[in-house]
Design a protein around this ligand. Structure first.
Ligand code: COA
Length: 139
């Protein structure tokens, strides 16, 4: 069974193996835990058999008008079972009192996000690939 959780109770870095699939310079599990702690809102999907996190979504906010959703991922072996949709649904419910809820995605995921009444816009981004592993600065 999959369980959904909006906090990090009983979650340690050992429960976070396998994410950032395909990233050339991924964050460590410790950095993953840190970014979850530092996010304003999170939802996790847990496999109750293993207690491991198998999907997550994060959001950061100015706590007045705007929310940005930087990360959503479901582990490859758990994809296409509705878990990603459930994480998005729960995050959009959590943030539904904010005026702006924004994210950036690839073209092939536009139809996925349209299912949640999100609409396509334009975006501008910058990426510092040397910092992709999260080691570029220490808070
Ligand atoms: C996007 C992602 C979170 C979806 O998770 P999931 O648990 O498989 O999602 P669901 O089972 O709820 O829905 C899957 C649907 O999304 C579609 N989808 C997922 N990834 C897709 C892709 N790369 N291209 C096209 N469609 C995609 C599937 O075709 C499926 O459609 P269907 O319901 O019509 O069959 C997951 O594929 C993932 O982790 N991808 C890698 C990270 C990523 O791209 N994150 C999004 C950052 S904006």
């Amino acid at each position: 069974m999959i369980r959904y959780l909006d906090n990090l109770k009983n979650i340690s870095s050992e429960n976070l193996e396998g994410f950032f699939d395909g990233w050339p310079n991924p964050p460590s599990v410790e950095k993953h835990l840190q970014l979850l702690k530092n996010s304003d809102y999170i939802w996790l999907a847990l496999d109750e058999e293993t207690d491991n996190v198998i999907g997550f979504i994060t959001a950061i906010s100015d706590k007045v008008l705007s929310v940005y959703i930087p990360l959503l991922e479901v582990l490859p072996e758990y994809k296409n079972r509705g878990i990603g949709s459930e994480l998005v649904k729960r995050m959009l419910e959590t943030t539904n009192n904010y005026y702006m809820v924004d994210l950036i995605c690839d073209e092939n995921l536009i139809d996925f996000y349209k299912r949640f009444n999100m609409f396509k816009s334009q975006g501008m981004i910058m990426r510092n690939y040397q910092s992709q592993n999260g080691e570029g600065h220490n808070l």
